[in-house]
Each structure stands twice: as C-alpha cells, then as structure tokens.
Design a protein around this ligand. Structure first.
Ligand SMILES: NC(=O)c1ccc[n+]([C@@H]2O[C@H](COP(=O)([O-])OP(=O)(O)OC[C@H]3O[C@@H](n4cnc5c(N)ncnc54)[C@H](OP(=O)(O)O)[C@@H]3O)[C@@H](O)[C@H]2O)c1
Length: 343
C-alpha cells in the first residue's frame, strides 16, 4: 500500500511509520520537521497542516491508498486536511481517543456510549471542562475531529479510540515518571489496590492495528488492552524488575490519598479511582486483529528508550506529573501512623 502519515516522527505516528515500513508499505510522512528524527525508509514531505498552501502542495499530483492521521487535534484543521486529501486517498484512518465519550472516565464504555458534541469545523477553543473540574476540552476537540472525518471524507473511514497508550517516545511522561521514581528506590508510595485491573495499550500494538485498519476496516473501534490484561501491581513490579531497583511498595488506599488532596491521574500517573477509567470494552478491535503484548514488554522497551537518551520534553500535551518527593514522604509517614497501616 501507499500510505501517508500525518505526523510520523513522534510516539504513535512514529510507531505507525516504523510498522508500515517493516511491513513493506511505501510510506510518506508529513510534518514540520521539528519533533523528532525521520523514520528510516520513509519519504518525507515538510509542511504545516495549519497552512492550506502546504496541504495543497502535499496533495498535488499524488495519491495514496490510505491517509493515517495521528496528529489531528483541532476540528477545523482536520476538516482542512480531509478536504485537501479527499480526492487523493482511498481511506482515512483517524486516531481519536476514549476522551470523546461523555461518560469517560466515570462509566464503563463501549463504542455505542454517548459522545461529547463538537461541530466539525470548530476552532481550538470549543469545549468546556467536566462539572467535576477535570479538563475535557481535548475530548470535545477530538469528537469534532471525528465528525470532520466522517462527514467530509468521501471514501472509507476508520475512527480509532485508544485509551492510555504507553511505550517509547511517550510524550505525556506517565510511565517514564514511574520508571524514574522506582529506579530511585526506597519506599515507594503505591496508590490504591495492587489488584486493580488496568488497560494501557502498547504503542506498537496500536500502530499494528492502525495498519490493519488502513487495509480495509470501517467504523469505530475502541483500542485498549483487554480488561484484566494487567494490574497496577504488575505494572509497578515490572518497573522494579527492569530498573533493577531495591524499591519496596507501600500500598495506600484510594480514600486516604483523596482525603490528603492527592491529584488523580497527574500527581500520581495512571492512578484514578473512577470505575470507568479501566472499563473500556474493546472486543470489536480484538476481533478485528488487535493483539496486546504483556505489560512487562512495554515497560522494558520504554526503559530501554530512556536509557538511550529518550526524553519527554517539549510536547504540547506533556502533563505536569509526578508526586513531589517531600509530599510522598509526608504521606507515607501519615499513613504509617494510622490504624489502617498497622491493622
Ligand atoms: N498518549 C495517549 O495515551 C493517547 C491516548 C489516546 C489517544 N491518543 C492520540 O494518539 C495520537 C498520538 O499521536 P502522536 O503520538 O503521533 O503525536 P501527535 O502530537 O498527535 O503528533 C505529533 C506528530 O505530528 C507532527 N505535527 C504536529 N503538529 C503539526 C503541524 N501543525 N503540521 C504538520 N505536522 C505536525 C509532529 O511533527 P512536527 O512537530 O515536526 O511537525 C509529529 O510528527 C494523538 O492523536 C492523540 O490524541 C493518545
């Protein structure tokens, strides 16, 4: 196949380009040349997807079997790409997110769960935070991007909605934070229940499924690891194993952390008490070919990437994450002094 990747030099887009080249496809990447080195074996086209002239130059005289859009974040920008490429590509694969669901992260989700509404030509300011206070504009924006693809692209479209993606080049820095913290050793505050089921999906497993989708899937697919694929305990144990750390884990219950004002998701990466966070049904994708490697392999590959100088610095979605060491010590001391800790 001839494939055009919008993005293609960082995290998921990079993994997609690598998987596509390895599978023998002809791959063009379109980006500004700022975020990362080009993937060997790809052809590069430099341009800014916010610039209509660059999109017109990209499309002129070209055709692809599939466009894979990993980098679309703003509806009207995605709409412009879709319109520019409409007569030049057979299929459009758009990478969205489970954040488009109204119920995320509180309720269990299927592909039929109600979505946030956002017009397909909305600008970057459309959307509002959740009534509980957490950020949700990203979900509105991606919902509008999906509409732009399905309403304006005349050929086959596939919408992929990953949950949390982990692996090398992860820009939000969730797993890198845990690896660095556990590498430091000592007593590590571990949040909640070690048996809590989690569903992060490896970036290369998502990428392989993106290529499968480009071959001819249609419709909408949640893309997560199956329920109970891993636990929070197995994630942290894998971090300890690959870092060779002497860390010991003190598991502190959710309620205690919430009462002490610890921020879910950001202050302790990947920790969230809402029941829907790790209850995303992705059976449709698994039936269509998504496979998920063990969490240990993802942790190991991420550690290898960090060891080779990998860094999460500079991405616009990089979160302010991680528990301050002094706060972690104070919380552990407070927890040790409770009846719950000794009982
Ligand atoms: N991280 C998660 O856990 C998670 C979960 C669910 C869904 N997702 C979704 O998964 C996708 C991840 O995509 P990704 O890893 O490839 O990262 P991304 O930040 O969406 O895309 C980065 C790529 O796009 C290029 N790019 C950025 N702005 C551009 C512009 N204006 N014009 C042309 N190229 C531009 C960058 O290169 P240059 O900077 O050089 O231009 C880079 O190659 C996103 O759509 C995200 O919403 C992520």
């Amino acid at each position: 196949m001839k494939i055009l990747v919008l993005g293609g030099t960082w995290f998921l887009g990079r993994a997609v380009a690598e998987e596509a080249v390895a599978s023998g496809h002809t791959v063009t990447t379109f980006n500004r040349g700022r975020s990362g080195p080009d993937v060997p074996g790809t052809q590069q086209f430099r341009g800014d997807r916010d610039n209509p002239e660059d999109l017109a130059r990209l499309a002129a005289g070209q055709s692809w079997d599939a466009v894979i859009d990993t980098s679309g974040q703003v509806p009207r920008t995605v709409a412009a790409s879709v319109r520019a490429l409409a007569r030049h590509a057979g299929r459009y694969v758009f990478v969205s997110t489970v954040s488009v669901y109204q119920g995320w992260p509180v309720e269990p989700l299927t592909e039929e769960s109600p979505m946030l509404y956002c017009p397909p030509d909305a600008g970057p300011d459309y959307g509002e935070n959740h009534p509980r206070g957490y950020p949700r504009r990203y979900g509105f924006q991606k919902a509008g991007c999906e509409r732009a693809v399905t309403e304006f692209f005349p050929g086959g479209t596939v919408i992929l909605r990953p949950g949390v993606i982990l692996g090398p080049y992860e820009y939000i820095g969730r797993l890198p934070w845990w690896l660095r913290r556990i590498e430091r050793g000592g007593t590590v505050l571990a949040p909640g229940d070690p048996a809590r089921s989690i569903q992060p999906v490896d970036v290369h497993d998502v990428a392989a499924f993106v290529i499968t989708a480009a071959h001819g899937l249609t419709g909408v697919f949640n893309v997560t690891a199956p329920s109970a694929h891993a636990t929070y305990g197995s994630l942290l144990a894998a971090c300890r194993q690959v870092t060779g750390s002497n860390a010991t884990f003190t598991w502190v219950p959710d309620d205690f952390l919430l009462q002490h004002g610890v921020w879910q998701w950001t202050e302790i990466p990947l920790w969230r008490v809402y029941p829907g966070t790790w209850d995303v049904r992705s059976a449709r994708a698994h039936a269509a070919g998504l496979t998920c490697r063990p969490i240990h392999d993802t942790v190991s590959a991420t550690w290898a990437w960090l060891g080779a100088g990998g860094t999460t610095i500079g991405h616009h979605r990089q979160a302010a994450i991680g528990l301050d060491p002094a706060k972690e010590r104070d919380l552990l001391t407070a927890w040790a002094s409770t009846a719950g800790a000794v009982g």
